[in-house]
Design a protein around this ligand. Sequence first.
Ligand code: UD1
Length: 363
Amino acid sequence: MIIDVIVGARPNFMKVAALFSIADEFPSLTLRLIHTGQHYDEAMSGVFLKELGLPKPVFNLGVGSSSHATQTAQIMIGYEEWVSKNRPDVCLVVGDVNSTVACALVAAKMQILVAHVEAGLRSFDRTMPEELNRIVTDSLSDLLFVNEPSGVKNLMKEGVKSSKVHLVGNVMIDTLFSQLVKAKKKTKYVELGLESGQYAFVTFHRPSNVDNSEIFLEIVNQLLWLSNVMPVVFSVHPRTKNQLQNTGLYEVLETSQSIHLTGPLSYTDALSMTANAKVVITDSGGLQEETSVLYVPCLTLRDNTERPITIEEGTNTLIASDWALFRKKIEEIEEGIYLSETSDIQLWDGAAAKRILTVLEAI
Ligand code: UD1
């Protein structure tokens, strides 16, 4: 069985790495890595392929950055051409980026089975491009692999047949466990003159936080406040960097003694930075999950999450733009009383990829 495994944007690589790392155990399955080129910088793509031991993609569509419609359409055109000459049995997509929905739509129209890893997650916020991608991808999918029980509930409510839905756990956490030893040897925080457990690790890039200048300015102000409480490491995504430069705020942050700006980090550098942080401040979906597994407090700069288990059983708190709550949570973290009781999340045990390939092997 030939399975096209689609990657495009940064959060996709660590998810598919878990599948490739155990593919040898499933000799009847041939996994082909297809890269759409949605992300293309070494720091956003190449470094992850190398660090995670992923094979060289058999095909790179090279679409690059553009508007949503243009990018999605270009991925569809490129992938349709590939599929018409190299038809797979299954198209496996992960997450919720434009590459996910574009390839799922091409495959479904060509009557190729679509498998969606990280299915069923819903923020119920249709202003997020990712939410639209999730809804469309799930409605096109034949096999829906789900991370957490809320995903199963959401799919049942939407009328998806239960035989299509498989609660398998979280492939990104598989990769986290397998890379943790390597990540523990990384000491970027030491190079910055910081101690483990003493700094805040910050990263945000959602259009809702970055593209709205009022909200953006407020977040930057809060980070400046935070830098008086503890040192801050801010890993700046390209979208965020553009906005910081356009607003002149990059220089303001750069001159602060206790704010350390870095570009996008490699997987193990980011994992090390997260595992050693006192608190993570983010709008990333993946980091809400990773901090929960690492027992690191996470303050999320959003008013919803498609990953509610990270609040119920993990270390996550939604801050939205409630800055009084933000400061209260920072105080609790300083006092060591923040969410001290967390439990291990069911099926986030390092074996999700095995469950997925076992299902695929049997179809
Ligand atoms: C995309 C995903 C988002 C994911 C994020 C992770 C969609 C709809 N959004 O958002 O879900 O959380 O990736 O990073 O798919 N750029 C570079 N180099 C690159 C890629 C992008 O400099 O390699 C710059 C370009 O200026 C581009 C901007 O970043 O316009 C945004 O990139 P884009 O892929 O459009 O969206 P992200 O915000 O990264």
